[in-house]
Design a protein around this ligand. Structure first.
Ligand code: FES
Ligand SMILES: [Fe+2]
Length: 462
């Protein structure tokens, strides 16, 4: 399916009443973008980047089954011993002997032991022991020497376990984002599972206008009340980084909120609860630092940190429930009636079905961010399939990636009768200030942006 798939498959001549019969066959999905199994262009795309695959706290003394990019895997932790620390392994679920599941394996000091005949595997997949066979048996020696359990490298970082599932010789540096170390911000890891394809979950980040409807007028204020205003939208594409800038008028204040996506799946926004558009805020940062990870074609998981403190969300939300509210505006475990009365992101995106029928979409100007990032993702999938290297966000080794998800609220009263044009200029000026400071060391950069925003406010107009 080619790039034209976001248009309806058939365009009726006239939109006659009772068009159900004419549209009874469900439209198809965008196979190229949505499908992520082994060997697909989408799967290969994701396999060129590090992704979180679990929270560290989920991996205890028992093996943890996980499914990522259509593969059944096991996460486990070695039990450690005096001369080595615990290690986390991410391996294929099926034992290479006779395919027993390592979900029933035993975690030991050197690796994981299969329950069926006791083969022992190291975190890197080496077959360490085949204890049922004679030590000098030739077949057993050969299998230990020449075979491996499938395994992937992992990095545990601040409560999340990241993995790289691609070709070892193309493994990129683990990317550090500025969001990993914002002074005064405390983090809490969280996960939110979605029973649907990754693309429809990720689309929401480049769709800032849904906040004015789903999270405000439709379900009541699930985040700050000021988000109910419909702002002026602008979208920015810079390589693999995409920004959705929503600039709202709230009384005498102008609220510039920036949603952010770094391909393939890193997302940030402004705060969920710390800003309401009525009080000044200068370069407040995202309430979450989050990756949308495909589990398989019909499931995905958001793995993230909630960010708390003066430039994040209020610390009272630093709980499991608080993180659920940040993730989607409501608690995850709700009755059907609660979900119908106050739908949140799960209802919006899972309600599209296991894989949304993209050929039945009618994309509008407010969907421009979705259009832009999907187009770029499709291009990258094709380039990677043709052998090109995947562009990494961390272009300067050792330097954190600058991110832009933020809230700024400035006191700038209405000046003339074209306030929408005024808002647009302010939104553009706020983003420009961020870009202009991006080469500075991080602390200087934040100071420069904040000072620039205060100057803009004092000037009263861009
Ligand atoms: S099936 Fe795992 S050791 Fe035999
Ligand atoms: Fe949302």
């Amino acid at each position: 399916m080619g790039p034209s798939t976001s248009r309806p498959a058939t365009r009726p001549e006239t939109a006659g009443a009772f068009a159900g019969y004419a549209q009874a066959s469900p439209p198809g999905h965008d196979t190229e973008l949505a499908e992520v199994g082994p060997g697909t262009p989408g799967g290969e795309f994701f396999r060129r980047y590090w992704h979180p695959v679990a929270m560290t706290g989920e991996i205890g003394e028992l093996p943890l089954p996980a499914r990522i990019l259509g593969e059944d895997l096991i996460l486990f932790r070695t039990t450690g011993r005096q001369d080595r620390t615990d290690e986390i392994g991410l391996v294929h679920r099926q034992c290479p002997h006779r395919r027993a599941s390592l979900a029933f394996g035993k975690c030991e000091d050197r690796g994981i032991r299969c329950c069926y005949h006791g083969w022992l595997f190291a975190p890197d997949g080496e077959i360490l022991e085949t204890p049922g066979e004679e030590d000098d048996d030739k077949a057993a020696m050969q299998v230990r020497k020449y075979n491996r359990l499938g395994a992937y490298p992992v990095i545990e970082f601040n409560g999340l376990v990241f993995a790289y599932l691609g070709p070892p010789d193309e493994m990129p540096e683990f990317p550090h984002y500025d969001a990993f170390a914002i002074p005064g911000i405390e983090t809490r890891p969280y996960r939110a599972d979605y029973a649907c394809n990754w693309l429809q979950v990720q689309d929401a980040i480049m769709d800032p206008v849904h906040t004015s409807f789903l999270h405000s007028t439709i379900s009541g204020a699930q985040f700050s009340a000021g988000l109910g205003e419909v702002g002026v939208l602008q979208f920015v594409e810079r390589g693999t980084q995409f920004l959705g800038v929503d600039t709202r008028r709230v009384g005498d204040h102008v609220w510039v909120r920036v949603n952010e996506l770094v391909l393939p799946n890193f997302t940030q926004a402004g705060s969920a609860f710390a800003a309401d558009g009525t009080a000044a805020r200068y370069f407040g940062r995202s309430s979450f630092t989050r990756w949308v990870v495909p589990v398989d074609d019909t499931h995905s998981v958001a793995l993230a940190w909630g960010n708390f403190g003066e430039r994040g969300d209020p610390p009272k939300y630093m709980t499991k429930e608080g993180c659920e509210l940040i993730e989607q505006g409501e608690l995850i475990d709700r009755t059907w009636e609660e979900r119908q009365r106050r739908p949140a992101d799960s209802e919006a995106v899972e309600g599209m079905g296991p894989i949304s029928a993209h050929r039945g979409e009618h994309l509008m100007p407010t969907d421009k961010g979705v259009i832009l990032y999907r187009r770029r993702a499709r291009k990258l999938m094709r380039e990677i399939a043709s052998g090109k290297p995947a562009p990494q966000p961390q272009q300067v080794p050792g330097e954190p990636v600058r991110t832009y998800g933020q809230d700024t609220v400035l006191k700038m009263p209405v000046r003339d009768n074209d306030d929408r044009a005024f808002l647009k200029k302010i939104g553009a000026a706020v983003v420009e200030l961020q870009f202009a400071a991006e080469d500075l060391p991080l602390e200087d950069r934040d100071r420069k942006i904040i000072d620039g925003l205060k100057d803009l406010e004092a000037a009263g107009a861009p």
